[in-house]
Write a protein that binds this ligand. Structure first.
Ligand SMILES: O=C(O)c1cccc(C(=O)CC[C@H]2O[C@@H](n3cnc4c(=O)[nH]cnc43)[C@H](O)[C@@H]2O)c1
Length: 273
């Protein structure tokens, strides 16, 4: 069995769970942190700071197998707005953890997002079974919808698929709706663009600006990824006064309060797709 030295103790790989939660901005990170009782330790990265929550419920003997309780670490990262910055900072965190011999078992992209109506109402949660980049490609007047995804140009990927069993469990405990979450570099601000996106992605429930970037970084490290969005606004004509950011942040805190046991069980035992 693989053993790793972690802060002066020996911890078996089977009994340690390391989760990275990447939000865009500090207020989202702090909403997630609201689900953790203990104060965080700050761990610097090249261009960001991890907020680390260690949760060792295995007693003074450390995380030993007979207790059957894993040593759990959550690192919360405000990784920046947009797919590129979120990918860069998530990759930095993944690399730092790998070099320290404590690689992450799971990366969660979490934050507020826009919801397609009526399927994802304000304040509701969406767990992605598919994380899709919606605007990476080329305009092409002759193509369906006038757009060719980058894969049609012969490059890259446009979808990442979180483990199905984990998505179902997360949805079951949090009440999240399951569907596609789109990643966009421009917040949708018109009914026409909303309809265009929905026509191209009929299973889409929500959009955000980071999920695909976080997923690209996680995938480059061979680490499973999850995306959870709390709906702060409807997708369509821009109406800043109608945004319900506080409600969405509260939903995010509530969700993490319920889903930590699921994440810990899945990463330490289940890991099925
Ligand atoms: O338009 C504004 O006045 C405005 C005010 C505050 C924040 C914004 C954002 O664009 C926040 C983007 C941020 O939040 C996520 N997010 C939230 N809703 C959406 C959406 O409908 N489409 C895409 N992203 C959204 C996103 O992940 C960013 O991190 C605008």
């Amino acid at each position: 069995m693989v053993l790793q030295a972690q802060e002066g103790r020996l911890i078996t790989s089977a009994s340690a769970v390391h989760v990275l939660v990447a939000t865009a901005v500090p207020v989202e990170r702090d909403a997630v942190a609201g689900a953790f009782p203990a104060p965080a330790r700050e761990v610097p990265l090249p261009a960001a700071i991890l907020h680390r929550y260690d949760d060792d419920r295995s007693g003074p003997g450390g995380a030993q197998e007979p207790h059957g309780v894993p040593y759990v670490r959550y690192d919360l990262l405000a990784a920046g707005v947009g797919p590129a910055l979120a990918a860069a900072n998530t990759a930095a965190a993944l690399t730092a953890a790998a070099l320290a011999g404590t690689p992450y078992d799971l990366v969660v992209s979490a934050g507020i997002g826009g919801g397609f109506q009526p399927d994802a109402p304000l304040g509701s949660l969406v767990a992605a079974d598919t994380i899709t980049v919606a605007d990476l490609g080329a305009e092409a007047p002759d193509a369906p919808g006038g757009f060719l995804p980058v894969t049609e140009l012969g490059f890259g990927v446009v979808h990442h698929r979180p483990p199905g069993s984990l998505v179902r469990e997360v949805a079951a405990v949090t009440g999240a709706r399951i569907g596609t979450v789109l990643t966009v570099s421009t917040v949708t601000g018109s009914a026409g663009r909303a309809a265009e996106l929905r026509a191209r992605h009929p299973r889409a429930l929500a959009e955000g600006m980071e999920g695909f970037g976080v997923a690209e970084a996680a995938t480059a490290h061979g680490t499973p990824v999850l995306e959870l969005r709390a709906v702060s606004n409807t997708i369509g004509p821009r109406d800043r006064d109608a945004w319900r950011i506080g409600d969405a942040l509260a939903a995010l805190t509530g969700a993490f309060g319920k889903l930590t046991p699921v994440l810990e069980r899945w990463t330490s035992h289940d890991r099925t797709d």
